[in-house]
Design a protein around this ligand. Sequence first.
Ligand SMILES: [Mn+2]
Length: 443
Amino acid sequence: MVVPRNSLRGFLSQAKAALRTALDSNEKITFVIGNESADLDSMTCSVLYAYLRSMAPPCNAFSQLYVPVTNIPSSGIQLRPEFLALFRHANIEPSHLITLDDLPDLSVIQSKLRPENTKWILVDHNSLQGKLGKVYASRVGGVIDHHEDEGNVPTDTGDEPRRIEKCGSCTSLVTEYCRQAWDSLSTSATSSGATAGQGGDLSSDDAVTTIWDAQAAQLGLASILIDTANLQSKGKTTEHDTQAAEYLEAKINSCPKLSSSFDRSSFYSEIDSARRDIGGLKLQDILRKDYKQWDQGDQILGVSAVVKAIDFMQEKARDEADTQSLDGAYLEALQRFSMERDLDLYAVMTTSTSSAGDFQRELLVWAFNEEAVSAAKKFADNAREELGLEDWHGSVGKTEAHDDNKQWLKVWWQRQVQHSRKRVAPLLREAMKCKSHSGGWAT
Ligand SMILES: [Mn+2]
């Protein structure tokens, strides 16, 4: 099956239908999957890579079609208002996105979707986690990522990329990788004439493909801007990001319909305000909205990233629990979240703006058993300087009940604000590793 030049909307519908057929008839299929937090970056780089790669596959592609999977059930889309805001620019609906709900149920996935019929390209992570990882880890055959290399993707990935580089947004690396293919697609579409499938007011095939390109370009640009604070964050923005953003912006500007009205900064503000608009969500949903989990030896680590300060969550917890106790209600909510996931160690990282307008971060770490307590304390010692950990103002975690060898809870200001979960999670995992290697005994 040749994948025709298409809009994002048309491509996603086709991919969803093709996935159903492939499952029914045991056909080979290539998945492009982002990480389990399913943030904007993960979603856009899987969609963009699958979109461009399907229309311009390498000669020996495992399958013609690349299916982008957003690594959450479809109910998770509603927790991400920034997805909904961006979809309008890309002319797609939530129902177009392919999610875990489109894969067979995890309890029977191995028989319904045989590993040998699949190939997995990882974007925005480099180690397939969870149940999918248990079944399909050996079928990973390509990666584009900007996290620390965990060494789990084979060195030779043949015709698929193996690119792991530090930069603000993984979507920048995907854009960079697909740039040539995209340019030649646009050129050949212009010369051969793509089929107009929509937009009755368009005068030529050329205009149709420039709109398609501009829609896909906005999808990619949104993540790069969100991940680099509109290219203004010095600590995060790299050459990869500025170049990719420039390239995508040019695609938007070469679309006559958008060029006069598109403004990068207002586009950024629109998506960013949508992302921060979490007031309507329940606290448990806020905690799982941008959540990642790792198995570290026999211990489980969970880390939630939240775009509001702890104060905000405390009030939310109090309102939901209908009590007067800020700390009590909040801690009960965190504990419930951790227990449901069997966590040994749980961390919550917040980002917010101070009254003076400064970007700030808080870090909460809660260890629930002896082994985790020792790892958490080791983390605090090792990371204090690098992360700029400073005592927090509030009373959370300052009671005796939260400081013994059975559990340990601590909240800090993280003054080195350039460090996101990309750095904090490896530091936590490192501290957990030391412990499990020594088995708790001095060696
Ligand atoms: Mn990312």
